[in-house]
Write a protein that binds this ligand. Structure first.
Ligand code: CMC
Length: 425
């Protein structure tokens, strides 16, 4: 248990409160504040800036050093040597698979790629111009109506639930796109690799064979891999919290998708492109930089800054490299929007405001540019983030249920009226 102790004195309290301090395998120690409630005290940490809400062994981030590890492996090494499905295995099991384990894992994912034919009817209830994230939340939540057995979190059902999610998310995501453009849904093609199959379901149609482009398929796989998990971010914490009540896992994942949607989180990749379009021309960049720096203006440079990374986002480094590869492959290095993006990045990196606040391009600055280059419409960007992050969500959901746990129940600093008697107005 704890070797170290923290001692807290509070004005008006005679005793010194001793709190245990725990050390993880790496990273900051944590002060166990659970005893405070018995002293009539709560901790106060809006935005969970200093709060470790759980113990976890899946992913580690050192924001100051720009380190991201899954199961101890640096993200750069995984991006270079591994692929998305292997990282899925790692996140779920804590270890990289042997070749035999990988083969079985990939085969099992492929066995689950189709969605129940009944699900296609859900789509008809939506307007064609509905935001695909709205459809995604609903359709993934609806999976709970098909797979109610997953509610019982034994190891067997958890694994099955994870396979279903990994396999079906690309199918559902592509269905959202096809529905929006009025084309028939494309069935999965299991002879293709995971990312290639997704691109086939997005861009293939019954009239023409889909032609694989290995550079784009690799870039897609990298986008999936780099977004796979990011420890206790807003959407993952939402999934854990929803899961803590014992809710159906597919419903929990739907809650994660909802939390991801906002522009401060996964919606940033879409917001980056919207911002670039709004800037419109390199000559307008200065004005937008000025707005981003104005404390009276709510405008922020989308794709810049991160709550945890205060030096650089290691995912962004890899993403930038992939971005260059994709632009070269497609011969669109001179796309006007991409030129604005590059100039914006350069100006912001040299500007004192951004340097002092340690605001660097994050993963979503470059992923938006790549996705646009591949031909994916802007409103699908966050859907692709959700597809990628699903493995992180279900791994955390599973970790939560694999040990002793409690329903999540934060407390508050109450500032409303004190007790008063009812009077008719
Ligand atoms: N543009 C201009 N100023 C900014 C930005 C930005 N993108 N981000 C932060 N700041 C300023 C902010 O105004 C504040 O300035 P001051 O100290 O003068 O008041 C200072 O930097 C600290 O900002 P903060 O709001 O306290 O930082 P935070 O940790 O709460 O917010 C963030 C992190 C990611 C929400 C924020 O940087 C932001 O809104 N970025 C743009 C949205 C974005 O790109 N989000 C994607 C994150 S990566 C994907 C993911 O993992 O979800």
């Amino acid at each position: 248990m704890a070797d170290k102790k923290a001692r807290l004195t509070v004005d008006g309290l005679e005793e010194v409160i001793e709190l245990p301090v725990y050390s993880g395998t790496t990273g900051p120690d944590v002060v166990d504040v659970r005893a405070l409630t018995s002293k009539g005290l709560f901790t106060y940490d809006p935005g969970f800036v200093s709060t470790a809400a759980c113990e976890s062994s899946i992913t580690y981030i050192d924001g100051a050093k720009g380190v991201l590890l899954h199961g101890g492996y640096p993200i750069e090494q995984l991006a270079e040597n591994s692929d998305y499905l292997e990282v899925c295995f790692l996140l779920l099991n804590g270890e990289l698979p042997t070749p035999e384990q990988k083969e079985v894992f990939v085969k099992t994912v492929k066995n689950h790629t189709m969605v129940h034919e009944q699900m296609t009817h859900f789509f008809n209830g939506f307007r064609r111009d509905a935001h695909p994230m709205a459809i995604m939340v609903a359709v993934v939540g609806a999976l709970s109506a098909f797979y109610h057995d997953s509610w019982i979190s034994t190891m067997r059902t958890t694994a099955k639930c994870a396979f279903r999610l990994i396999a079906k998310m690309p199918t559902i995501a592509a269905m959202c796109y096809k529905y929006s453009i009025g084309q028939p849904f494309q069935y999965p093609r299991n002879e293709l690799d995971y990312a290639d199959n997704f691109l086939q379901m997005m861009f293939g149609n019954p009239c023409e064979d889909y032609v694989t482009n290995p550079v784009l398929a690799k870039a897609m796989d990298r986008i999936f891999l780099l977004h796979a998990d990011h420890e206790q971010n807003a959407s993952t914490s939402t999934v854990r919290l929803a899961g803590s009540s014992g809710a159906n896992p597919f419903a929990c994942i739907a809650s994660g998708i909802a939390a991801l949607w906002g522009p401060a989180h996964g919606g940033a990749n879409e917001a980056v492109l919207t911002m670039l379009q709004e800037i419109g021309d390199e000559s307008n960049i200065d004005e937008f930089i000025k707005r981003a720096k104005d404390p009276e203006d709510s405008f922020r440079l989308m794709g810049f800054g991160h709550r945890v990374y205060r030096n650089f986002d290691p995912r962004a480094k890899v993403m930038k490299q992939t971005c260059d590869e994709v632009l070269a492959e497609l011969g669109i290095e001179n796309d006007p929007l991409l030129k604005i993006a590059k100039r914006l990045e350069q100006i912001a990196l040299e500007d004192d405001y951004f340097i002092q606040r340690k605001l660097y391009p994050n993963v979503d600055f470059y992923s938006g540019i790549i996705l646009k280059a591949i031909g994916i419409p802007t409103n699908m960007f966050t859907v692709i983030f959700a597809l990628s992050r699903t493995i992180g969500w279900i791994s955390h959901w599973s970790e939560f249920h694999s040990g002793p746990n409690k329903i999540g129940r934060p407390r508050q600093l109450y500032t409303g009226p004190t007790k008063r008697d009812y009077e008719k107005k």
